[in-house]
Design a protein around this ligand. Sequence first.
Ligand code: HEM
Length: 164
Amino acid sequence: MIAAREGTVVISSALFAFLHHLAAFGLVAALAIELVLLRQPLTVQSVRALLRADMLYGIAAAVVLTVGALRVLFFEKGVQYYMHSVPFVVKVTLFAVVGVLSIRPTMTFLSWRGAVVQGQAPVVDEPKIKALRRLVHLELAAVAGILLCAALMARGLGSGLSLG
Ligand code: HEM
């Protein structure tokens, strides 16, 4: 009976780890797509693709956060462990930074919807596009930092509590 329960916990933990990784890959893919599209001249098709990529980004970020929080609360090493882990705190802070950095690109893409609905590409000057590209670049750099923190925290580095 206990073995069966432990088995269920291990399977749930693996499932949530899978979902966490899947969403994290989706988030990175969405940002990479945005970067590629922002390097090309804007067309109706590319703006539609940007809007879809940004929606994927939003969904992936929500799944990463929800699944990550569930892992902290119910699976893995327990809330106490993560609260004493410096890489965990840095990771969550960087995640919030990515969220803040993404506000301007998202608002800008949404503001282009009107033109696209009318079948026209929005007219945007190059400095504005360059600023958007820089923001998406920074988001990707912060995600790289998040990945480093994830590897460190999973192995007990920078943690006040021992893994026992
Ligand atoms: C873009 C955001 C994120 C990315 C790319 C990401 C990526 C990862 C990766 C790759 C791992 C596996 C680490 C390893 O086993 O070597 C991991 C583990 C984990 N992540 Fe995230 N993560 C993100 C956000 C979050 C957030 C916001 C939370 C919490 C609210 C969170 C909680 C966790 C937990 C609890 C683990 C398990 C660590 C362990 O094995 O002790 N993650 N994450």
